[in-house]
Write a protein that binds this ligand. Structure first.
Ligand code: APR
Length: 236
C-alpha cells in the first residue's frame, strides 16, 4: 500500500518564528518597502541598486535564520507519508530542516539569474549580487525571484501535486497572491484540507476546511503527531 500523499502549501508565516518578516502583517516587509520599487520588473529597470540592496539584505537575514519546529516536523512527516512542500517562500528553511521535495513558486534567495533568461540560473549561496555581475549570456545578474506580474514557472507542477494529494495542508499564508493562492482549488473535494494560521485567510470558505488557529510552531507539531499516530493505528 503506497504512502498517502500530503501536499503542504507554505507562506511567510511558517518562517515568522525563525525571525523572518512576513509581508502583510503589521510591521511586515510591505510596510517598510514599496512593492513596486523592490519586487517588480519596473522597479528593477528604474532603480536596480535598490532592488539588489533589498534582496542582498534578505539573503543575509535568511542565512542567519534557523528552521523552526514547524519546518522540522514537516520533515518528520516524510517518515510515514509522501510529502511535497510547495512554498511561496524564498528562504531555504524547508531544505535546511531536511525536507526532500520542495517546490519554490517564487524563486530562491540563494540563486541569481540572467536579466533576459529566467532559466539561466546560478547558485550564489549568501553572496551579494552587485551591479556589474554578469550572467553567462552577458546580461546583468538579478535575483532569481519571481516578481509581481512575472510568470511562475513551477505553477503547473505545483497544481498537479495538489490535484493528486490525499491531504492538503496550508500554513502561514494570506492566500493574497495569485496564481499561488489558486492552488487550493486544485484539491479534490473529498480530501482532508487543513489550514494552520492564527488568522483565517478570506479565501478559505468555512466549508470543507479545518482551521487550526495557532502559530506554526504550535499547530504543525500537533497536526503532524496526530497524522502519524492515525496512520500507525490504521496499520496495526
Ligand atoms: N504561524 C503561522 N502563520 C503566521 C504566523 C505564525 N507564527 N505569523 C503570521 N502568520 C500568517 C499571517 O496570519 C498571514 O496569514 O502568515 C500569513 C502571512 O501572509 P503574507 O504576509 O501575505 O505572506 P504570504 O502569504 O507568504 O505572501 C505571499 O506575497 O509578497 C508576495 O512573493 C511574496 O511569497 C509572497 C506572497
Amino acid at each position: 500500500m503506497p504512502n498517502k500523499k500530503i501536499v503542504v502549501l507554505t507562506g511567510a508565516g511558517v518562517s515568522a518564528e525563525s525571525g523572518l518578516s512576513t509581508f502583510r502583517d503589521s510591521g511586515g516587509l510591505w510596510d517598510g518597502f514599496d512593492v513596486n520599487e523592490v519586487a517588480s520588473i519596473d522597479g528593477w529597470h528604474k532603480k536596480p541598486q535598490k532592488v539588489l540592496d533589498f534582496y542582498n539584505l534578505r539573503r543575509i537575514q535568511a542565512a542567519k535564520a534557523l528552521p523552526n519546529l514547524a519546518h522540522l516536523h514537516l520533515k518528520k512527516l516524510e517518515e510515514n507519508f509522501e510529502v511535497v512542500i510547495v512554498t511561496q517562500n524564498v528562504d531555504d528553511l524547508h531544505e535546511r530542516a531536511g525536507s526532500s521535495n520542495v517546490i519554490h513558486l517564487h524563486g530562491k534567495l540563494s540563486e541569481a539569474r540572467s536579466e533576459v533568461d529566467p532559466y539561466e540560473i546560478i547558485e550564489i549561496g549568501i553572496n551579494n549580487i552587485n551591479i556589474g555581475d554578469i550572467s553567462k549570456d552577458g546580461t546583468q545578474l538579478r535575483p532569481a525571484i519571481v516578481w509581481f506580474g512575472e510568470m511562475v514557472p513551477m505553477i503547473e507542477i505545483a497544481a498537479h501535486e495538489v490535484s493528486t494529494s490525499d491531504i492538503l495542508i496550508v500554513i502561514g499564508t494570506s492566500l493574497a497572491v495569485y496564481p499561488a493562492a489558486g492552488l487550493i482549488h486544485y484539491a479534490k473535494n473529498e480530501i482532508r484540507k487543513i489550514i494552520i494560521d492564527p488568522s483565517k485567510p478570506e479565501l478559505i470558505s468555512l466549508s470543507g476546511w479545518e482551521h487550526i488557529p495557532k502559530r506554526a510552531t504550535e499547530g504543525v507539531p500537533e497536526l503532524v503527531n496526530d497524522l502519524i499516530n492515525t496512520i500507525l493505528n490504521e496499520r496495526t
